[in-house]
Ligand binder design. Sequence first.
Ligand code: DSN
Length: 425
Amino acid sequence: MPSSLEANDPTISRLIAQETQRQGSKIRLIPSENFVSSAVLEATGSALTNKYSEGYHGKRYYEGQEFIDQIEELAIDRAKDVFGSAHANVQPYSGSPANLAAYLAFCEPGDKIMGMHLPSGGHLTHGWKVSISGKFFNSVQYQVDKETGRIDLDHVREMAMKERPKVLWAGGTAVPRTIDFSAFAEIAKECGALFFADIAHIAGLIAGGAHPTPVGLADVVTTTTHKTLRGPRGGMIMASEEHAKAVDRAVFPGLQGGPHNHTTAALAVALHEAQQDSFKTYAHQIVSNAKALAARLSEHGFELVSGGTDNHLILIDLTNKELPGKVLAKALDRAGIVSNYNSVPYDTRKPFDPSGLRIGTPAVTTQGMGETEMVKIADWMNEVANSVGDEGLQERIAGEVREVCKAFPAPGTSGTCGTSAHTAA
Ligand code: DSN
C-alpha cells in the first residue's frame, strides 16, 4: 500500500526517497550538517505545522494554544537547562533571523558593529558587506592572524578600542579552534560594546561539555538548532533576565510572525536528547574524530588552517596542492564523500571558486564512526586529491564508502541507529 505522499505526489515522494538514500549512502562531512533522530523527524512532520501561535505563553493572538503553550514552555525549560541560561527564546526561524533579532533588540540602523571577516571564518550576518548586517550597520571586521590562522585577541582588542563598536561578535562558520569567550567578554566590557556570541556551529559541543560556553559572559547568545545540536532546522536566542524582554519583543512582533510549532516541538525533543549522558559521549567523540581526521590529513601533506582543530571542523588550504577547493569537492562527491569548498583566510581566489575545503565530523559521529574510520576517510580523500580526474578510482571509493555506510546506518535514512553516540528518544 503506497503512503499518502506516494499516492498524492509521486514525484516529490521519489525525490525525498532519493535524497534520503543519498544521505545514507555517502560520507557527509559538511560541518554544519548532521542526522537528526527519528524522534526529531517525527515531531517535525507532525500536525503542529497546522497551527498559528503569534505571541508567547499567556499572550497569544489566536485561540487553541493549550498544547502549543506546553510544548513551547518545555522547549524553553530544556534549553535553559541544557545551556544554563536564564532566558531562552525558541521562536527564531533560523540562525540569520536570530542574529537579526539580536540587532533589532539593541541597535539602530547605522550603529557600528564588529564581527569576524567572512574569509577568516565569520558569518554573513556579522557585518559582511553583501548581507543586510553590512548594509544597515556600519561594519568593521577583524581577521585571523595571517601566520597562525587563529584569532589574535590583541588585534581584536586594539581594533575594538579604536572603533568602539556598539556590538562585538564572536563565533562564525569556519573557526577550527576553541573560541575564548571570556577574553571577548573582557574586550567588549573594556570598549563599552555589547557582546553577541554566535554558537551555531558549536552549540552541540557546548551542550555536551566539549567546548567552553559563552552563556553568562555574553549579553546575547544566538544559535541555529540543526548543526552539532542535532535538532530541527531552526534558531534560538539565549540571554540574561535583564535582556529577556528586549529579545522577545525583537523576535515577535519585531521580526517574525507565528512560530513554527512543529520545529519548536522537534527542538524540545532534540534538547531532551541533549540532556542525556550519551550526548556528552557524542560531543566529545565529534572532537576526537575531527582530531584523528586532521592528523591523518596532515600526514598526507594537506595544509590545515591553524594547523589542526579543537572542535568539529577542519579547514583545508589546498594552495600547496595546486587544487581549487571546488575541483576537489566535486571529485570527492563522485567518490561518495560530501564536503564544501570554502574560502580560506586571505584567500586570493573568489568565494565561488576558493582555495579551501571545509569538512567536519558531526554527521559521521552520529552514525557511530570513530577514529579508525576517520583515518580511512583521510586516506580516501588523499587518493582522490592525487588523481582528481580518475573516475574509475572515484567509483571504486564510492563503492567502499557505501559498504562503510551500511555498517553505520544513519537515523532517519534506514529507520535504525545502533550507535552508542546517538540517543534515539
Ligand atoms: N550555512 C551555515 C554553514 O554551513 O556554516 C552557516 O549559516
